[in-house]
Design a protein around this ligand. Structure first.
Ligand SMILES: [Zn+2]
Length: 324
């Protein structure tokens, strides 16, 4: 068995994963980024050790640990170069730190890559050789699988589909660029754009639902308001779907993938987003490519990151063995 770790800005999720991709002994702990690097490391280690202990008690043999971490990861050294979710983290040698505290080999990759690996291994991407994953969460994450394998790019940082420019004069993104897909298709961008509209004088039932407190607006509340027919909320959700379609059309023309997988919190609004997104894709992408590319919602939920991280560890260990 391999231990899979989904390391996010909000939660540390850990599980033991068998060779069929089934998860056992799930354990989750709030990350508490505000407590500082050492404390967060301590929380990751104790959660992992606890899952290892439970698994070994049942006679399972642990062979390695995979960590899917938010941020830019140097996969060769297992270093978190930087991460918007961990502002304090800069060049943190996570693999090295973990291997000093855990008696198994540790592999670190980007959380979106882990998510994609999970969906490819046992989820909606099973049997698919080429796919692009897009996660619509606080940010927009992305991962590319080509020829059945993760495409890491020259520096190991490929797949940042959230930072493709989809609107040249658009909103400023966290990365510093303007008009990134992330500024239009992330859950936080839904909140940001409805706030901007409210500040410009637009009215919406969303404000009633948060008792006039804009800080309480979430993408789920906006989605619910759109379902209830609120014109502004509908407009924001439709805009989100259109920009997602623009991004996906670019990916389809560039890579001709079999499958595009959309996950993350905002994918809960998939039924609303999908028809608009698919129409935009067909409006922009080459007809034959758009015809063959399937666009589907992710299937593994919160487990995808754990399963994928464990899968990456298993795969990496084999690769290392072959290399030797
Ligand atoms: Zn960006």
């Amino acid at each position: 068995m391999f231990i899979g770790v989904d390391l996010g800005g909000t939660n540390i999720r850990v599980g033991a994963v068998n060779s069929s991709g089934q998860v056992f002994h799930r354990l989750s702990l709030p990350t508490r980024v505000n407590l500082g690097l050492e404390e967060v490391i301590g929380r990751i280690v104790s959660t992992i050790l606890s899952v290892i202990e439970q698994s070994e008690k049942e006679g399972h043999q642990i062979r390695g640990v995979g960590i899917g971490s938010a941020g830019i990861i140097d996969i060769r050294t297992g270093t978190v170069v930087s991460s918007p979710n961990f502002p304090e983290w800069s060049q943190v040698p996570l693999k090295l730190i973990m291997e000093n505290k855990i008696p198994y080999p540790v592999f670190v990759d980007n959380d979106a890559n882990a998510f994609a690996y999970g969906e490819k291994w046992v989820g909606v991407g099973k049997n698919v050789q080429s796919m692009v994953c897009i996660t619509l969460g606080t940010g927009v994450g992305g991962a590319i699988i080509l020829g059945g394998r993760l495409w890491h790019g020259f520096d190991g940082m490929a797949g940042e589909v959230g930072h493709m420019t989809v609107q040249p004069n658009g909103l400023r993104c966290n990365c510093g660029n303007y008009g990134c897909l992330e500024s239009y298709a992330s859950a936080s961008s839904v909140v940001r754009r409805i706030k901007l509209a409210i500040q410009s004088g637009r009215t919406t039932i969303v404000m009633d639902q948060v008792n006039g407190d804009q800080d309480k607006i979430t993408s789920t509340i906006v989605y619910q308001a759109a379902l209830e027919g609120d014109p502004l909320a509908k407009e924001i959700m439709e805009e989100t779907a259109v920009y997602l379609g623009i991004g996906i059309a670019n990916l389809i023309n560039l890579l001709n993938p079999e499958l595009i997988v959309v996950g993350g919190g905002l994918a809960n609004a998939w039924d609303m987003l999908y028809p608009i997104t698919i129409a935009e894709v067909h409006r922009r992408a080459f007809a034959s490519l758009a015809q063959t590319a399937q666009i589907r919602k992710a299937s593994l939920g919160d487990d995808a990151g754990i399963i994928g991280a464990a899968g990456i560890a298993s795969f990496s260990l084999k690769e290392v063995a072959y290399a030797i």
